[in-house]
Design a protein around this ligand. Sequence first.
Ligand SMILES: Nc1ncnc2c1ncn2[C@@H]1O[C@H](COP(=O)(O)OP(=O)(O)OP(=O)(O)O)[C@@H](O)[C@H]1O
Ligand SMILES: [Mg+2]
Length: 184
Amino acid sequence: MKAREMQKPKTSPEIFAELILEDLAAVKDFAARFAPLLVRGDVVALDGSLGAGKTALCRAIIQALGYEGDVPSPTFNLVQIYDPSAKSLRENPNAPTIWHMDLYRLERPEEAFELGIEEAFDTAASLIEWPSKLGPHLPAGFLTLRLEICAIIDQYNAARKLSLIGDMVWRERLAADFKEDFLS
Ligand SMILES: Nc1ncnc2c1ncn2[C@@H]1O[C@H](COP(=O)(O)OP(=O)(O)OP(=O)(O)O)[C@@H](O)[C@H]1O
Ligand SMILES: [Mg+2]
């Protein structure tokens, strides 16, 4: 049996934390706290409508892990893979490879197998925009980061509400670093 099949959720997912991200600096701050907690096998679903800030959050997470190059939106090639930098491996020998996926253009869930999602779920940490496109192939025990525009600041800027949605395993994993953002 594969590792992820044994990790059945202990409880059903619920919203356990909320943060307001006023601007991209706040996105960066969140990513700096969140990214070091990622390990191989993690699946993070980025939920939110067009332009909600999914790519900006993934980019900040990948950069927080020490990646210094461009982090383009995977809108066209659907997947971008980021190996941990030598520096991040020195700090954390278990730093995972990150698969950043944007599945908006997927027509059928089965097409995702051609992208190598099974390899990603087994050996890397996955950040998935438009996760609903995976249908039944989204593995159990994923964490959802839900983004919603919550306050228009001016023509170019709008704050986002970020909700963390997951089972008890995720709640416990994030408790030490995000306790102040927990709803209860
Ligand atoms: N918290 C934030 N505060 C201010 N601007 C933000 C924030 N998050 C994202 N943005 C800006 O909003 C725009 C859209 O963001 P982004 O491309 O990340 O959205 P998306 O959810 O990935 O969209 P799509 O559905 O097209 O993939 C970008 O210009 C980005 O810089
Ligand atoms: Mg995007």
